[in-house]
Design a protein around this ligand. Structure first.
Ligand code: HAM
Length: 419
């Protein structure tokens, strides 16, 4: 061992997931994947990198994610590749490539994994971060919207994180819907150009709806009076939105309508939603999603509508705070004396084979050291093997919560620690 300072640290904006936080991470990811599987969402995995065009076309060139945040590189075969900044475009690429859209619909998929965006790091904002992503592809029925939103809200409830859900419909890009609205919005923005922040003026022609997301105070003041999309939806989109809301009401799901909610990725159509959690500062979105009925076509495929969401695991962990994690370790075998060591190893193995989480000392510690390590392990019971006990074919079991201890025969250990 050396006292020297290590020469490397993780790259800026990335972090190591270490225990005990990593326990919570695993538990939350498993809770989500199990909950989604229970509604028929199958696990899926796609490559961590894709051809850059998948994101340029799928996520959209005017989005900040594509314009400013992608980790794009040229590989040794002169191909432009990009570390995935999000999963929806990748999942749709996979669905189209493998023609899943021609099989039973909808295609319901869920994935957990890291995403990469070169953003300015701050609390809750990383360059590598984890999402659980859920997609229902091949239907534009409002039932699908209600189903995925219900799953997301139930996930937060199950892990014990209170969230506020914002809901909106951003229509479709046609001239009778978002097209006409965008012109109205551009006219409004032009007439207030002098009061907008310079970066928002730049966005008027490329992505005017993103002005609603501006952090600049002067722009925020202007946007209070801006026309909103929900007043300009076409008949079909308005009807779709009304159906989604009535289904959510039928499920007693609480939401706040926010006609100013716009999402950062260009593929969204109709339903858009976001989940806000406490104590996250400015990065309060702990998840979000929406419909993307035009995405398959922008990737060169047929018309395949879809809806989904992604949960931001890093922000969820931060928002949950420092809750003490329960490890799967139930018993800790303490060995006193050389003869007991091999018996301790055998006993720990036997308990593990019986499905009981068990640790034992691997550092040849003293009795006191082992008891201390037993509490560190999170075990409920210390199973103590000393010379006396070995001769009698027994062990002392100490309940680490109540402090009570008793001697039991070897055969009774398994039953006792699994109580
Ligand atoms: P998104 O809103 O870009 O949507 O990301 C979803 C969530 O990922 C955010 O609400 C946030 O919790 C988390 N997140 C995003 N960027 C970062 C970051 N730099 N650091 C930490 N957490 C972050 C999507 O990605 C869409 N693909 C969701 C979707 C699926 N829409 C339809 N299907």
């Amino acid at each position: 061992m050396t006292a020297e300072k290590p020469s490397f640290s993780a790259p800026k904006g990335t972090r190591d997931l270490l225990p005990p936080e990593s326990w919570t991470f695993q538990r939350i990811a498993r809770t989500g994947m199990d909950l989604f599987a229970q509604a028929g969402y199958a696990p899926v995995d796609t490559p961590l990198f894709e051809h850059t065009e998948v994101f340029e076309r799928g996520v959209g060139a005017t989005s900040e994610v594509v314009g400013k945040q992608m980790y794009t590189f040229i590989d040794k075969g002169d191909r432009s590749l990009t570390l995935r900044p999000e999963l929806t475009a990748s999942v749709m690429r996979a669905v189209l490539e493998h023609r899943l859209d021609r099989g039973p619909l909808p295609v319901k998929l869920a994935c957990v994994g890291p995403m990469f965006r070169q953003e300015r790091p701050q609390k809750g904002r990383y360059r590598q971060f984890w999402q659980i992503d859920v997609e229902a592809i091949g239907t534009d029925s409002p039932l699908a919207d209600a189903e995925v939103i219900e799953l997301a809200t139930r996930f937060y409830a199950e892990i014990g994180l209170p969230v506020q859900m914002l809901l909106n419909s951003i229509g479709h890009p046609g001239p009778d819907c978002r097209g006409a609205y965008t012109q109205t919005l551009v006219t409004f923005l032009r007439s207030h150009e002098g009061r907008l922040a310079p970066e928002d003026v730049d966005r008027i022609d490329t992505n005017p709806m993103r002005t609603f997301d501006s952090k600049a105070e002067t722009t925020i003041a202007v946007m209070k009076d801006a026309p909103v999309i929900t007043d300009h939806l076409c008949g079909a989109c308005a009807e779709h939105y009304a159906s989604v809301k009535s289904l959510l009401d039928a499920l007693e799901i609480v939401y706040t309508e926010d006609p100013r909610l716009v999402r950062g990725l260009d593929y969204y159509t109709r339903t858009a939603f976001e989940f806000l959690a406490g104590n996250l500062g400015s990065q309060s979105a702990a998840g979000g999603g929406g419909r993307y009925d035009g995405l398959a076509e922008t990737l060169g495929g047929p018309h395949v509508p879809g809806i989904g969401f992604a949960l931001g695991l890093d922000r969820i962990l931060l928002s949950l705070g420092e809750a003490r994690e329960v490890t799967p370790v139930r018993a800790y075998v303490v060995a006193l004396g050389q003869g007991a060591e091999v018996e301790a190893l055998k006993l720990a193995t036997k308990l593990r084979r019986a499905g009981i989480g068990t640790e034992l000392d691997l550092m040849v510690r003293s009795m006191k050291g082992q008891m201390k390590d037993a509490s560190r392990s999170g075990a409920r019971y210390a199973v103590i093997l000393g010379d006396d006990e070995l001769v009698a074919g027994e062990a002392t079991i100490k309940d680490l919560e109540s402090g009570e201890q008793e001697r039991v025969g070897f055969d009774a250990i398994e039953g006792r620690v699994s109580e």
